[in-house]
Write a protein that binds this ligand. Structure first.
Ligand code: URA
Length: 260
């Protein structure tokens, strides 16, 4: 019988799935964590997790779905995300559209990609406002449980006493409940610096009304660690990768802080 060479076999050929996604070190380098070598070192040190698991060298990620964290802080790895810091002038409305034809904050920043304000400032309030198309960060920044500090300078009627400042610090009974402890200091005879981490409607104005010192002018001067005295009213700039990471860290700190 002639010998035959059969190509059929009962064992299917072994196929190695094509790796998908982008190399993690490349993604990390792109968002500014350092050179690829530095990013490899971060991975080797076990400081990078993907979906909660410590990443190994050579790991690939799908930036649309995977959650990448450095030291437990999410890294904004999706391309196309923009984050602006605007110094909102008085009289501009914090919405993406206004039916009354008033000026709106999104008209002060580039039209594309479309961004939206994170939280809101009253039309009469000036100062720092973040605008972004990063819905996840926006949600976490505004969620009450994350409690990122916001600092305001309020010019008020009269001169608040030390007792009044203590009341502001300890919490004020408002019609929608007591305010959480705040920081309050008098920085000029009629100027209060108030730092709160809640984001209730017209909260600073209502707190100062409640203690008998109505607000004449209100300026937000800090969000988390973000401040910028060089931005004139109406001016904006893009946040740096470090600043976006700083916000993530402020959220993480807020989340782990004991509730007051
Ligand atoms: N508190 C206020 O009363 N107004 C603002 O715009 C922001 C905080």
């Amino acid at each position: 019988m002639p010998s035959t060479c059969s190509t059929s076999s009962t064992t299917p050929p072994t196929t190695v799935p094509e790796p998908t996604g982008e190399r993690l070190q490349k993604v990390l380098a792109r968002v500014g964590l350092g050179s690829r070598r530095t990013c490899d070192e971060l991975i080797e040190a076990g400081r990078i997790t993907v979906n909660g698991e410590v990443a190994q060298l050579g790991r690939r990620v799908d930036i649309e779905v995977d959650l990448v964290e450095v030291d437990g802080v999410p890294v904004g790895v999706r391309p196309g995300l923009v984050h602006y810091l605007l110094n909102k002038p008085r009289g501009v409305v914090t919405t993406a559209s206004d039916t009354h034809g008033r000026p709106i904050v999104v008209e002060l920043v580039p039209a594309e990609p479309r961004v939206f304000p994170v939280g809101r400032l009253d039309t009469d309030t000036e100062g720092l406002l973040i605008l972004t198309n990063d819905g996840d960060l926006a949600h976490r920044l505004t969620h009450p449980s994350f409690g990122v500090d916001k600092e305001y300078l309020a010019s008020v009627d009269g001169q608040p006493s030390r007792g009044t400042l203590r009341r502001l610090r300890e919490g004020i009974e408002l019609d929608d409940g007591p305010t959480a402890p705040a920081r309050a200091a008098l920085v000029a005879p009629s100027t209060v610096r108030l730092t709160i981490h809640e984001g209730r409607n017209r909260q600073v104005r209502r707190m100062l009304d409640a203690v008998g010192h109505p607000v004449q002018r209100l300026v937000r001067t800090r969000i988390g660690d973000l401040s910028d005295h060089s931005l004139a009213p109406g001016e904006w700039r893009a946040l740096t990768a470090d600043e976006v990471r700083g916000l993530e860290q402020a959220i993480a700190r807020g989340r782990s802080a004991p509730s007051e």
